[in-house]
Ligand binder design. Structure first.
Ligand SMILES: Cc1cc2nc3c(=O)[nH]c(=O)nc-3n(C[C@H](O)[C@H](O)[C@H](O)COP(=O)(O)OP(=O)(O)OC[C@H]3O[C@@H](n4cnc5c(N)ncnc54)[C@H](O)[C@@H]3O)c2cc1C
Length: 231
């Protein structure tokens, strides 16, 4: 995938009553009324958003666990998805390197730091070609793809379907939109958040780097977006 380093991300599933569901969960905690009555009566967006911000702001996170979204993601590297799958409250289905045998040159992602240097980029591309030759030599000799894949690089392109609830997405956004996160997962998570914000704009203040929610930077090295707390 030379010269095309952008993750391809689509939101493929979400409930169409996301805001009302989260509001109903939050309101139920403080109401004598039945949740179904709260749900049916929920029509004031400003009131709903205010309560959600108050509840979530106080750390009462279970209310945002009731809605789940799914993303179809491709044109990302295995290095990128390896970071994503470290998040434990998600469900994944990923293109298998056991069942999907590469035919000819496999797709790969070139890190921009290498891509912008013509000489280094040429070396990178050559090396991907060498790996591909070896991989094909192995599979043509009857080595199963599940073993031949041992020579494939972190840069190999992959596809993954990822599903998660809103609490986990906000957590991931807070961590991975931080400028300290690796560039590719940052781009991918940004694309996931942008997809959801397009249809659920009320989520914009939540799907931000953690410093935006904290009001300060808690990293060792700050990018300067927010001040560090005084030592
Ligand atoms: C900038 C950056 C650099 C990183 N560098 C490295 C690295 O060098 N090496 C490395 O190995 N990893 C690294 N990681 C991965 C990191 O250590 C976490 O594995 C990953 O970010 C998942 O985050 P999490 O555990 O907060 O979240 P999730 O797994 O998404 O879980 C969400 C939250 O649920 C709770 N939770 C989940 N599981 C448990 C549990 N078993 N016990 C208690 N609470 C739990 C925690 O509150 C957690 O924050 C890095 C991550 C970032 C963002």
């Amino acid at each position: 995938m030379e010269g095309n380093n952008k993750p391809v991300v689509h939101l493929i599933s979400r409930p169409d009553n996301m805001l009302k569901t989260v509001y109903t969960a939050a309101r139920t905690c403080y109401s004598a009324d039945m949740p179904i009555n709260i749900y049916n009566g929920a029509d004031d967006e400003e009131k709903m958003l205010k309560l959600i911000e108050r509840v979530v702001g106080s750390g009462h996170y279970s209310v945002i666990e009731h809605v789940q979204v799914s993303f179809a993601i491709s044109n990302v590297s295995r290095a990128c998805t390896h970071q994503l799958v470290r998040h434990r409250h998600m469900s994944f289905s990923q293109k298998s390197q056991r069942y999907v045998k590469e035919k000819g040159q496999f797709d790969y992602l070139i890190p921009p730091t290498i891509e912008r240097d013509e000489k280094l980029k040429a070396k990178f591309v050559d090396f991907m070609g060498e790996i591909s030759k070896l991989y094909c030599e192995f599979t043509e000799a009857g080595i199963p793809a599940e073993d031949a894949r041992a020579v494939l690089p972190n840069a190999a392109a992959t596809s993954i379907v990822a599903s998660l609830n809103l609490r986990e997405l906000i957590h991931i956004a807070n961590l991975r939109l931080c400028s300290r996160a690796q560039y590719e997962i940052r781009m991918m998570v940004k694309a996931m958040c942008d997809e959801l914000i397009k249809v659920e704009p009320w989520l914009k203040p939540y799907l931000v780097p953690k410093c935006e929610r904290l009001g300060y930077c808690d990293e060792d090295k700050s990018c300067g977006r927010k001040p560090k707390l005084a030592q």
